[in-house]
Each structure stands twice: as structure tokens, then as C-alpha cells.
Design a protein around this ligand. Structure first.
Ligand SMILES: Cc1ncc(COP(=O)(O)O)c(C=O)c1O
Length: 437
């Protein structure tokens, strides 16, 4: 089968016959997008993508926020290709493993050692295993307001979609609320000397209230637990040295992925030597099996990471993400006002990581209106499950998006007044984490 020469609809049917859910990542699935969305992206360049029929779109949130520089970004692609020609996986480590470690640790000055892996989930899993080994405890406290930490049992067991995960695993994870120190203190009081670590994003859509992150760290340490920041999203976006630098709070361990290699599969666990070294051999404590896989340090992916980090260092990438996001936010806010939609469309998060929420006529969060808005944007050439920009979104792309959003919001307003069913030509999108299809 040459998948690229089939019509989208035929390929979509085949995909559902061959792959549970029709694709390999839930967040890219058909249930996440209106029916007008292109079922497949055939290729991309910068922030533009083309479907199998040759239709062109501006895309947001590219590669689940991993592609921060742009699709097919030549400095990164060329570095990967060059490295591939030397071979990508040997019986002994490649020098590039050390070079990449050196580069990343230079960017995250508070971290002393690093271990690379493929997915963000594995990096966070590694942080948990190390924390448990270091503290001799089993329980984990996670921030319940942050939506995703890992595909592994310990986290998926806490979601609605917890089929196949033993109750015993689920009991080991407890949740606290963001910006609510008392809720964390309460967990430590309820489970004394049992919690190995506190896992959270330093921030998501809500900024930390002054002193909150420092207090979380103090509370964790006072109770003998470690602090883990998941920087999968904030890393290479809030600041080149991570949210830990932006907020001046150094966690014991932190995890990076996504933007680290512009969409290539590289993630990293970094942290204090005293803890990280348990994964090595220069100590007399019990050894910890830390992030060791067949494909873990493929050389071309590390070359992509090095090229990505170099580009970030030599160019104002983070500044551009903020600037483009700010321009987009201002334009969207204008369009929302012009269409009398204040209170119906929420724009959330930092400019470099702009998300939106949709509300129905009674101002309740609405998947139907989310679908309608996405439907109208897609009809006009913009795929926007979020408004998360990349370095490749030009001012012109942003202005086109604002114009498209203004037209789409006109329909949104009419649908609020006349009923969404008159305008919606799709099944409503659904949350990933739900118990039944
Ligand atoms: C904050 C956060 N942590 C961890 C992960 C897991 O990363 P991956 O999908 O690369 O395993 C994600 C993925 O979306 C994430 O957003």
C-alpha cells in the first residue's frame, strides 16, 4: 500500500481497521477534531501543512507542542541526516551522547546530571523511580490541576480511562491543588513518611502566586520528599533554561522533552548529582535501573537535539514565541469583543502557550462550541486545537489567523443566538480521558 496515494477517506477507513483508535496518539485522533479536519497531514513546512488532497492549512500546537521551530526545519533536519549517515545505534555509546548531555546541562545550570530517553513519560517515570529509591517510600503526590504527566500506570490510573490498571497501583498516587499549599500539607499529614516526591508543572495556565513554588519545595523537603518539575511544556518555551529559571526555584529533579529536539524523539531527566547517581555505579547503595532502552540514545535524534539547542541559543526563539503569541492574543481579544463574545471564549495561559476555552449560551464549558469554532477555522484554512505558536509562525500567519478567527467567531455568535445545531456539521469532539467511547 502506498498510503500517500490513497484518498483521505479510504485511508481513514483502513486506519481504523488496522490501528485501535485509528492513530497512534489519542490527542491526534478523529474524536479530537471536527469532521472537516483533514484526516491526515501529508507534509509540513514551517507552520504550514498539506493534506493528502493538497489543501494547505496553518497549524497550531504542532506535534503536540513538540515542533517549536517549525516543520522540516532545515538546521535540525540536516543535522539529523548527517548523523544518520554515520549509523544510528551501536554496541557501545556514541560520543554524541556526551556532547548532547553537555549542551543540555549548560542550558539548565541548576541540573548536574542527565539521562536521555525517547518520550516525556519515560523521563517522568524515571523521576518517580529515582525518588522512590532515594527516599525508600512508595507514594507520589501529583498536582491534580495539571492534566498529564505520563502514559504509565501510576498516572493513567488516576484518570477516567483507567481500564487495565490495578487498584494497588492507583492507591499510591494522591493529588493536591495548584496554588493551594494547604492541600499539599494535608497530603503529607495524612500519609506521614510515605510520599517520595511531589510532581507538578511549575505553571500551566495559572501563574504561581508569589512564594508558592518556594513553599512547595520547603514543604516537600520538610517532609522528606523530593520536588520534581515536569518541564515538558514549559521547557524551551517559558525560558530557555526552563520554568525553574523563570521562577528561580530549583527542583531536585526535572524532566524535559517535546521542544528539546523540535519534534524528534528525545526527552531527558535531569537533576541533582546526589540523586541521579543512584542510576550509576559509583555508590554503594542499591542500584536503580534508570532509563535504559534499546533505542534510548539514537544518534540522529541527539544530533537533532543539539541542532535545536544551538538554534535556540543563536536566535531569539523564546522571545519570538512570546511576541507572536502576544500579537495573536491581542487580535483574538479584539475579534471576541467585536462579536460580543466576552465571557464565551476564554484565552488562557502565557502568550508563548496560548490555549482557548469555549462556552455555550449559558456560559458553561462546551465541547459542541469547541467543535463549531474548530470547524469554522478549518473551513477557512486554520487547524487550531490551541493557539500555541512556533518560531515559524510569521506575523502574516498570525494576521491571517486573526482574520479567520474573526469570521469564525461571527458564526459562533450566530450559533449562540440561533442554536449550535443549525451550524454544526460534525460530531462533537470529546475529551481523551473518558471511560467509554
Ligand atoms: C506536561 C507533560 N508531561 C508529560 C507528557 C508525556 O510526554 P510524552 O507524550 O512524550 O510521553 C506530556 C505529554 O503531553 C505533557 O504534556
Amino acid at each position: 500500500m502506498d498510503a500517500y496515494s490513497l484518498p483521505s477517506e479510504a485511508l481513514q477507513r483502513r486506519a481504523h481497521e488496522l490501528i485501535p483508535g485509528g492513530c497512534h496518539t489519542y490527542a491526534k485522533g478523529d474524536d479530537q477534531f471536527p469532521e472537516q479536519a483533514p484526516p491526515f497531514v501529508a507534509h509540513g513546512r514551517g507552520c504550514h501543512v498539506w493534506d493528502l488532497e493538497g489543501r494547505e492549512f496553518i497549524e497550531y500546537g504542532m506535534g503536540l507542542r513538540a515542533v517549536t521551530l517549525g516543520h522540516a526545519f532545515s538546521p535540525v533536519v540536516e543535522a539529523a541526516i548527517q548523523q544518520l549517515s554515520r549509523g544510528n545505534n551501536f554496541t557501545r555509546p556514541a560520543p554524541i551522547e556526551v556532547e548532547c548531555a553537555d549542551q543540555l546541562l549548560a542550558l539548565i545550570p541548576t541540573a548536574e546530571m542527565v539521562k536521555f530517553c525517547k518520550d516525556g513519560s519515560h523521563a517522568v517515570d524515571g523521576a518517580l523511580r529515582l525518588s522512590r529509591a532515594y527516599t525508600g517510600r512508595d507514594m507520589i503526590a501529583i498536582c491534580g490541576d495539571h492534566p498529564f504527566f505520563s502514559t504509565s500506570d501510576w498516572f493513567i490510573g488516576t484518570t477516567e480511562m483507567n481500564g487495565g490498571i490495578p487498584e494497588a497501583t492507583r492507591r499510591l498516587v494522591v493529588k493536591f491543588r495548584y496554588n493551594d499549599l494547604a492541600s499539599l500539607e494535608e497530603l503529607f499529614a495524612r500519609h506521614p513518611e510515605q510520599i517520595a516526591c511531589v510532581v507538578m508543572e511549575a505553571a500551566r495556565t495559572e501563574e504561581p502566586v508569589p512564594g508558592y513554588l518556594e513553599a512547595v519545595k520547603r514543604t516537600a523537603h520538610a517532609n522528606g520528599a523530593l520536588l520534581v518539575f515536569d518541564e515538558m511544556i514549559t521547557g524551551f518555551r517559558w525560558h530557555l533554561s526552563g520554568a525553574q529559571h523563570e521562577y528561580s526555584v530549583t527542583p531536585d529533579l526535572s524532566t524535559f522533552g517535546k521542544a528539546l529536539a523540535n519534534g524528534f524523539s528525545v526527552s531527558a531527566l535531569v537533576g541533582r548529582r546526589e540523586i541521579m547517581r543512584l542510576g550509576g555505579n559509583d555508590h554503594d547503595r542499591e542500584r536503580v535501573f534508570l532509563l535504559s532502552t534499546t533505542h534510548g540514545a539514537e544518534t540522529h535524534q541527539l544530533a537533532a537535539a543539539i541542532a535545536t539547542m544551538r538554534f535556540y541559543r543563536d536566535n531569539p526563539v523564546v522571545e519570538t514565541l512570546y511576541a507572536r503569541g502576544a500579537r495573536l492574543r491581542q487580535g483574538l481579544e479584539r475579534a471576541v469583543k467585536e462579536n460580543s463574545l466576552v465571557g464565551y471564549i476564554d484565552l488562557m495561559g502565557r502568550d508563548c502557550n496560548l490555549l482557548f476555552g469555549t462556552r455555550d449560551a449559558s456560559k458553561q464549558p462546551s465541547q459542541i462550541f469547541r467543535t463549531l469554532f474548530m470547524q469554522e477555522m478549518i473551513k477557512r484554512g486554520v487547524i487550531a486545537p490551541s493557539f500555541v505558536v512556533s518560531y515559524s509562525h510569521s506575523e502574516q500567519d498570525i494576521d491571517t489567523t486573526i482574520a479567520v478567527a474573526a469570521q469564525s467567531l461571527k458564526i459562533y455568535r450566530q450559533a449562540l443566538d440561533m442554536g449550535a445545531d443549525k451550524y454544526l456539521n460534525s460530531h462533537p469532539v470529546k475529551p481523551v480521558f473518558r471511560r467509554y467511547a
